[in-house]
Design a binder for this molecule. Structure first.
Ligand code: CU
Length: 471
């Protein structure tokens, strides 16, 4: 692990701040709510169905919301009926996993009776089948009484569900002082020039992959082309982008290019696993643009990795010696190997803030190909989904700042101005240009400093610097 004096100071605060992050969320405690229906109804129906199920009602009320199913544990007599109401603002349904038993899709405010028919006594999971909704929290436990009634009663009495999700969740934790794996290489930040073509035919695959976001921390990420961030696209004003999106995942996904002017209902529609769509647009405006999955809930899909950067060069962009591309984004750690935690996303409490998908990636593997006096352009997208970015490099000054489609600062002006940070709200993008005057180790950060101990830190190793001296 590379460390300098200035970085050491940052790292000294890390343990404290990491502790705060870890203490934040303990969710998913089992919630037992007694099912609806009067006791006498229940006893009559249950007695007819199974002698041992006298306490389970024949009818239970179930509420669907954005994004929950209540109660978290539903008890019902064999052959009973769930009265399901969608109290949310989005479309939902309720299905018994592993069976054909499901309501139709329910519009907001709509209700349906779900007859369980000959569903065997036992414990089931009920979910909303709309893409992403189960992962976002729309699942509950359904206990059909009888058979394993003793177990069901014990479960209810203890307030403990069989569902491990309904007990305490063990979140993965980020240790900013952990060593990177042997041979770790950060994502190559070097940005090639735009290809000299008027039409860009690009295939992008939406999927889920397990990958490391920090040393020893693996999450199931929702991805474009198996990477977070997704591929960086680049073209010129007036170019046509013909994107084929293929859904290789196991839930619905979509893609939304901020660089396009299209009907959202068509190009940005959600496609199901195995489907594909073609999204074609002209890049009408220069800028540094976000693209992301727009499937519901967008916060979960963007908070779990589905975004990338698209650059449309401003006209007359000047040549520089080096161009790099960084995407800043957040990770809200779920359990090891599982998707990011939606409750943390809703609370806005990221565990990790990273450049190019890995906490402190360019501390573990600094950028080494710049010499003093060489002109550098860093392109930056703040993919969020929720934090702001303030990109700053310790030890140099930006002489050019381009943000959201225009130059904020240009070396041609005569006021000798300089800039210290490129400030970007979520989804905004831009670039900065600068030189380094001397050899040295130059850390870069998001100067929203709460995010530095969470991984928003990297470094340029410029000129003739003893790499070992910085360890
Ligand atoms: Cu998605």
């Amino acid at each position: 692990m590379t460390e300098t004096a200035s970085e050491g100071r940052s790292m000294a605060t890390v343990a404290t701040l990491a502790g705060v992050a870890v203490a934040l969320v303990l969710s998913g405690g089992a919630l037992i709510v007694s099912a609806g229906g009067s006791a006498s109804d229940a006893e009559v129906a249950a007695a007819g169905a199974a002698a041992s199920a006298v306490d389970a009602p024949a009818e239970a009320q179930v509420e669907l919301g954005d994004m929950f199913v209540e109660p978290a544990q539903i008890e019902i007599a064999p052959g009973g009926t769930l009265e399901v109401t969608n109290e949310g603002a989005a479309i939902h349904d309720l299905a018994v996993e592993g069976t054909d038993v499901a309501t139709p899709m329910l519009d907001p405010g709509e209700s349906a009776s779900l007859e369980l028919g000959d569903l065997e006594p036992g414990t089931y999971t009920v979910i909303c089948t709309v893409a992403g909704h189960q992962a976002a929290g729309m699942e509950a436990t359904l206990v059909v009484a009888g058979g394993d009634q003793d177990e069901a009663e014990a479960t209810a009495a203890n307030g403990v569900s069989d569902d491990p999700e309904a007990t305490t969740t063990e979140f993965a934790t980020f240790d900013p002082n952990a060593e990177a794996p042997e041979g770790f290489e950060a994502r190559d930040p070097r940005l090639p020039a735009a290809e000299d073509q008027d039409v860009h035919e690009i295939t992008i695959r939406a999927s889920q992959v397990e990958d490391e976001v920090a040393p020893g921390v693996t999450q199931e990420l929702w991805t474009f082309d198996d990477a977070v961030p997704g591929p960086t696209l680049r073209g010129q004003v007036g170019d046509i982008f013909r994107i084929t999106l293929i859904n290789d995942g196991d839930m619905g996904h979509s893609i939304d290019f901020h660089s396009s002017k299209v009907d959202p209902a068509t190009e940005m529609r959600t496609i199901q696993p195995g489907e594909e769509l073609v999204y074609e647009f002209e890049a009408k405006h220069a800028g540094v643009w976000m693209y992301h999955c727009g499937s519901d809930p967008v916060l979960h899909h963007t908070g779990n990795g589905q975004y990338g950067m698209m650059i449309v060069d401003p006209p007359d962009l000047e040549d520089v010696d080096h161009e790099y591309a960084f995407v800043q984004s957040e990770f809200y750690l779920g359990p090891e190997g599982e998707p990011g935690d939606y409750d943390k996303m809703l609370e806005g409490t990221p565990d990790i803030v990273a450049f190019n998908g890995y906490a402190n990636g360019y501390v573990h593997d600094p950028i080494t190909d710049v010499e003093p006096g060489e002109r550098v352009r860093v392109w930056l997208l703040n993919a969020g989904p929720s934090e702001a970015s303030a990109f700053h490099i310790i030890g140099t000054i930006f002489d050019t700042v381009y943000k959201e489609g225009d130059y904020r600062l240009h070396p041609d002006v005569t006021n000798e101005g300089g800039a210290q940070a490129l400030d970007l709200k979520a989804s905004q993008g831009g670039f900065v240009e600068f030189t380094f005057d001397t050899d040295g180790f130059y850390p870069f950060v998001s100067h929203e400093f709460v995010n530095v101990p969470k991984g928003a830190l990297g470094a340029f190793l410029v000129g003739d610097v003893d790499d070992d001296a910085s360890h």
